[in-house]
Design a protein around this ligand. Structure first.
Ligand SMILES: [Zn+2]
Length: 210
C-alpha cells in the first residue's frame, strides 16, 4: 500500500509542477446535431435540447436556421425542428455551429455563458463569465426600403424575384418577410397569391396565372 501511496503523492506533485490547464476541461462542447432527411424535409431531432444547452430561445435559433437554409421551417410538437429542405447532417451541424459562434460564444474567454442585449440598434453579446462584450456581427440583409405591408393568406401582390432558395424556389425579401415563389427565376416580375404566412414571417405563395 505504501508504494501506491508514494506513487499517488508523486503524481500529485508532478501535477502541481505542470499547472494543469483547468480551462481546457471546462470547455463547452456544442451537442452534436441529430438529424435525418424525411421526404423533402429535414428533421433536427434534438433541436430543443440544443437551444436549451446554449440558453437561447428556440424561435431565435429557428429564425437563423431558416434564413440560412433559405426554406421555411417550424418546431413540431415534440420540440423537433422541421426544415422544408433536404440538408445533410454535416451541413446542418455547420449552420448550428455558425449560430453558436455568432450568438453564443464569448470571443474573449471562449465560454458559452452569455446573453444578448440590444444597445440602440446593435445586438451585443455579454459574457456572464468574464464580463466581455462584443457586437454580434450578422450578415447585412436587404434594406427594408419597400414600405412594410402586412401580408396574410389570400393577398395578391406583385414582386420581383431577387434570389433562388436552397430548394430552387424564387425568393423575395420584403419588409420583415421572406417570400417564396415556386417556379420562378431571378429577376422575374410576377403576381402572386399568399398561401401561408408563418410566425417567423416566411411566406408561401403561388404565382397567379392571368
Ligand atoms: Zn467571456
Amino acid at each position: 500500500m505504501t508504494d501506491q501511496f508514494d506513487y499517488m503523492k508523486l503524481l500529485e506533485d508532478a501535477k502541481k509542477e505542470l499547472k494543469a490547464p483547468a480551462k481546457e476541461e471546462e470547455r463547452f462542447k456544442l451537442p452534436d446535431v441529430e438529424s435525418f432527411i424525411e421526404g423533402k424535409s429535414t428533421i433536427l431531432r434534438n433541436f430543443n435540447t440544443i437551444a436549451d444547452m446554449i440558453a437561447r430561445e428556440p424561435e431565435h435559433l429557428l429564425g437563423h436556421l431558416v434564413k440560412d437554409v433559405g426554406a421555411p421551417g417550424f418546431i413540431d410538437d415534440s420540440g423537433r425542428l422541421v426544415l422544408k429542405a433536404r440538408i445533410i447532417q454535416e451541413d446542418l451541424q455547420k449552420k448550428v455551429n455558425a449560430y453558436f459562434e455568432t450568438y453564443v460564444l464569448c470571443s474573449e474567454c471562449g465560454r458559452p455563458d452569455t446573453h444578448l442585449i440590444k444597445d440602440s440598434r446593435t445586438l451585443i453579446l455579454v459574457c456572464d463569465a468574464c464580463g466581455g462584450r462584443r457586437p454580434v456581427l450578422v450578415k447585412k440583409g436587404v434594406k427594408h426600403e419597400e414600405k412594410s405591408q402586412k401580408l396574410k393568406a389570400g393577398d395578391v401582390i406583385e414582386v420581383t424575384v431577387q434570389d433562388i432558395s436552397h430548394r430552387g424556389d424564387g425568393m423575395v425579401r420584403q419588409g420583415p418577410y421572406v417570400i417564396f415563389v415556386p417556379g420562378t427565376a431571378k429577376g422575374d416580375r410576377v403576381k402572386i397569391r399568399v398561401e401561408y404566412v408563418s410566425n417567423s414571417n416566411y411566406v408561401q405563395t403561388k404565382v397567379v396565372k392571368e
